[in-house]
Design a protein around this ligand. Sequence first.
Ligand SMILES: Nc1nc2c(ncn2[C@@H]2O[C@H](COP(=O)(O)OP(=O)(O)O)[C@@H](O)[C@H]2O)c(=O)[nH]1
Ligand SMILES: [Mg+2]
Length: 320
Amino acid sequence: MENIMERFKTSETRALARVISLLENQDPSHENILKELFYLTGQAYVLGFTGSPGAGKSSLVDQVVKTLRSAGQTVGIIAVDPSSPFTGGALLGDRIRMQDHALDKGVFIRSMSTRGSLGGLAKATKEVVKAMDAFGFDWVIIETVGVGQAELDIMHVADTTVVVLTPGAGDAIQTIKAGIMEIADIFAVNKCDLPGADKVVAEVQIMLDQQSSHEGWRPPVVPVSCLNGQGVNNLVGDIQKHRAYLLDHNILHSKRSERMRAETLDITIHKWQQQIFTQLKLPDRVNELLDRVTAREMDPYSASNKILEHLKSEKQGNNC
Ligand SMILES: Nc1nc2c(ncn2[C@@H]2O[C@H](COP(=O)(O)OP(=O)(O)O)[C@@H](O)[C@H]2O)c(=O)[nH]1
Ligand SMILES: [Mg+2]
């Protein structure tokens, strides 16, 4: 572990890949790695891209990365693969498309699979963001399909979230989950080389008009095309504007502080849970209390109070 972190700190890309694997696999060194990473994090700007499969998220990330690289910025990319049997080719597609950057030291791409992560996809993704941030990338970009709660959770780590829409996907706004529309800081209407893009832009604008809660920041709606590069500079410009807005209004700092508080509490709850589960493996008081509930000799509320008392006394006992 020490050796790998030494190499990580000397910016060795292979060490970064190894650290990410250790995190994903919930290796025993997991917590120690995260402890060390913590003091190196907080520098990268985290950008999220979400939208339906095939909307052009990977293509758009590729374009944005090109623009950032030409400005000398370094980028870590996390592609969250939904592992759907119908989209099994997407990953390969991503690899091929992103090949342009394959030999570029300033870009690191990692694909995550829903099946691969032991502690849950959102948790694993957040930890990989930390590894990339700590490694020193200026930007960390997460691409994820906007389908479920796990994907929504992932997007909560992004400082700026871009929701990618396309023309011709029926009533775009109806097909995208409400929760996804709400997390958008910017709407990119991709494939604007195809007919119908104007209609989608107008629909989103109407939707935004109907919402009253855009204090300070109204999400811009940007037509883009990865085919001819149209609008990509506007999109990057709007990302920079949103970043400046968050900084100028102290929102970035408060969002990140809030996230750190929530995360620390999550870790505490998780550890507390684990302590209870450890107790369950022992044939002692916790199990006896549960047995008393099933025998209707005790109610669950009194039993849980006793369990908490028991854990507390155990802990004090250990400390002596
Ligand atoms: N016409 C057109 N096709 C695009 C554009 N951007 C992406 N595509 C195509 O849309 C398909 C899906 O793109 P991809 O980036 O893999 O979408 P993702 O699933 O959202 O990551 C690919 O065949 C792309 O070539 C665009 O701006 N215009
Ligand atoms: Mg993709």
